[in-house]
Design a protein around this ligand. Structure first.
Ligand code: SME
Length: 163
């Protein structure tokens, strides 16, 4: 039904197309789980060199696995632990060029070599994180980080976070 063909292009074009596709896909849908599921699937389908893309949700101060694409993953991550937990605790994007050099990295899949984690914030409140893993070292640059933050903003704008 939804057939978003996002062409392989330079990263500015790719991310512009991805942002409009996400806007179209979740427009008018307030449910957070549905929108996280479709955002994860769209990112997974559109970005090259990923081995995992998805969300962890903040449930009572712990990150719990949410909608994702890729291999089954660790279910619960305490704040401050691993790349995801550090992003949730510091409220800062974590862009890790080499996960083996990141103290406390949680290896859900030994194929992962680099990682990008964007906190999902409603004002001061951390709702969770968006996590991307890649089997390629140094896969993510600052353009990827900024573009993923923009995708999170699009998700937040469309979603009813109280539902
Ligand atoms: N590597 C993450 C754990 C989540 S998985 O990559 C899906 C971390 O260190 O927080």
């Amino acid at each position: 039904m939804y057939d978003f063909k996002i062409a392989v292009a330079d990263s500015a074009t790719l991310y512009r197309d991805l942002a409009s596709a996400l806007e179209g896909l979740i427009a008018g849908e307030p449910d957070p789980i549905a929108n996280m599921a479709n955002a994860a699937a769209l990112i997974w389908e559109s970005l090259p060199d990923l081995n995992w893309a998805g969300f962890y949700r903040n449930l009572n101060g712990e990150l719990v696995l949410g909608p994702f694409q890729g291999r089954p993953a660790c279910i619960r991550i305490p704040f401050g632990k691993g790349v995801c937990g550090v992003a949730a605790q510091t409220l800062k994007v974590q862009r890790v060029e080499d996960v083996n050099a990141f103290p406390g990295h949680i290896a859900c899949d030994s194929a992962s070599a680099s990682e990008l984690v964007v906190p999902v914030m409603q004002g001061e409140r951390v709702l969770g994180v968006l996590d991307l893993d890649s089997p390629v070292r140094g896969r993510f640059d600052d353009t990827d980080a900024g573009a993923l933050e923009e995708l999170v903003r699009i998700f937040l704008d469309a979603t009813d976070l109280e539902s």
